[in-house]
Design a protein around this ligand. Structure first.
Ligand code: BGC
Length: 474
């Protein structure tokens, strides 16, 4: 099925605005909404990133902490996230996007404080699962909410605020770990996440429900009030409401995901999710210092290289936000994933030439290649995956479809996290990076053939185009 039929130019921005000042003010309201909601992304990044440093100090409170215990502390978050993503998709279709984000923020507060004050190791392990529930829920509900509130011409950038906040969260976690390591303050490392969690809760109280959810649940007057607030003054609010309404009522079931038109989109979402993880981003995010240390870099040089990789991750996400509504999703996705493949082959070749221990020059090439790899991810597959799964699905079943893709993402993340170190030991560093390089090439080819362009279209136009393209190419 080739359905990149949406890349024709479509004018959705309408005539030049009659009230520039009001347009700016409205722009600010939407940017503010996206920024508040993206605190969910910050928590996602912080909570997944913080653990690597905290693990080093658990023994100061709990005595003997086995390797398996450490795996539980790390891995249960990923399992909780898969469960959280599943539950929150269903729930956000039923009770609305806003209550789900409020609930998510509450679970975050409970989980991170529970982890910080854990009296025993098993409590900490249980709390990491609870935090995972919130991380999974946030990873779905934040892009979903922002995509439904944002005007089409800047939707890509606003949804990608979430990815930017996520990368910032990872970087802040690395820096906090580094700063607190001299005091072995692992409780504070976990507990600091309570601050953005409370801010997310309070900030979300000031925000309205998604207009798309309101219309699909028959609450037209409320939807109109929200749209008046988040659209420019010259926007045809009633036209937008009619468009959303025309797409049908709210009743939906999981069976609908098997409908031929939806099934193909669900497959695209799941493959995007799986490729995002099996091309190895988190092996770099979670294990780069370990790998570099084993390759012969000193402790502080490894940590510094890691912070550098974190900075590249944030920087290139900013570039992606700038480009995503201009050059489109496909160009970033395909270009970025190809860049990842090239960089991974360079890392593999470096290890192949020098063996598992790198000399000075080889270590510099490896670190530079890992930075290029991370930058290529950050400009493409990182933000574009989360954006596309918030755009591709029909409004009525958006939450459910997104939850399938999000669960696949967390599931694949879990599998990669538990198998990476074994893979390194079994097929060597060079072998592992060659495999990741080939998987990236396979991903780029798949994206090129199957992933549609959604730039500049309204969610309703995308929905109609997707249905029509399945009729054309059943
Ligand atoms: C991925 C995460 C990853 C992060 C790195 C996200 O898009 O879903 O698994 O840790 O990017 O920036």
């Amino acid at each position: 099925m080739t359905i990149h039929t949406l890349d024709r130019p479509v004018t959705v921005t309408g005539p030049p605005p009659a009230h520039d000042a009001s347009r700016e003010a409205v722009g600010r309201a939407v940017v503010w909404t996206a920024s508040i909601t993206a605190l969910g992304g910050l928590l996602f990044g912080y909570d997944t990133g913080v653990v690597s440093g905290a693990l080093l100090f658990l023994h100061t409170s709990f005595g003997n902490v086995s390797a398996f215990d450490k795996e539980l502390v790390t891995g249960l978050l990923l399992m909780g996230a898969a469960v959280g993503a599943f539950g929150s998709g269903r729930l956000s279709d039923r009770i609305g996007r806003r209550p789900v984000i409020l609930l998510t923020a509450s679970v975050f507060v409970f989980g991170v404080l529970g982890a910080a004050f854990s009296p025993a190791l098993w409590v900490l392990i249980a709390m990491r699962f609870v935090i995972g529930l919130a991380v999974g829920s946030a990873s779905l509900s934040v892009p979903l909410y922002i995509s439904e509130v944002a005007p089409p011409r800047v939707r890509g950038a606003l949804v990608s605020f979430n990815q930017l906040a996520l990368t910032l969260g990872i970087l802040v976690a690395f820096l906090v770990d580094y700063a607190l390591s001299s005091n072995a303050a692992w409780r504070l490392m976990f507990g600091l996440a309570a601050i953005p969690a409370v801010l997310l809760f309070v900030g979300m109280l000031t925000q309205a429900e998604s207009p798309v959810w309101l219309v699909t649940h028959g609450r037209i007057a409320e939807a109109r009030r929200v749209l008046v607030r988040v659209r420019s003054r010259d926007h045809d609010v009633d036209g937008e409401i009619d468009e959303i309404r025309a797409l049908g009522d709210r009743k939906s079931s999981y069976r609908e995901l098997l409908r031929p038109d939806v099934r193909k989109l669900v497959a695209i979402g799941v493959l995007l999710a799986v490729f995002q993880q099996i091309t190895g981003i988190n092996t770099v995010i979670y294990y780069a210092p370990t790998l570099l240390h084993q390759a012969g870099l000193g402790n502080s040089a490894s940590l510094l290289a890691n912070v550098g990789i974190g900075v590249v991750n944030v920087g290139m996400t900013v570039v992606a936000i700038w480009l995503i509504d201009k050059v489109g999703r496909r160009a970033l996705l395909i270009g970025g994933t190809t860049g990842m493949a090239v960089a991974l082959f360079a890392v593999a070749a470096t290890f192949a030439a020098s063996g598992n221990t790198l000399g000075h020059a080889a270590a510099i090439v490896a670190v530079a290649s890992l930075a290029v790899y991370t930058g290529s991810f950050a400009i493409g597959l990182g933000p574009v995956f989360w954006l596309l799964i918030s755009e591709l699905y029909p409004a009525r079943i958006r939450g459910k479809s997104m939850s399938i893709a999000t669960m696949a993402n967390w599931g694949a993340n879990f599998v990669v996290a538990i198998s990476f170190l074994t893979l390194l030991n079994t097929i060597s560093n060079a072998g592992t990076f060659f495999v990741l390089g080939f998987l990236s090439l396979a991903a780029a080819t798949y994206f090129w053939r199957k992933v549609p362009e959604t730039k500049g279209l309204t969610l309703e136009e995308i929905e109609r185009e997707m249905a029509a393209s399945t009729t054309r190419n059943p």
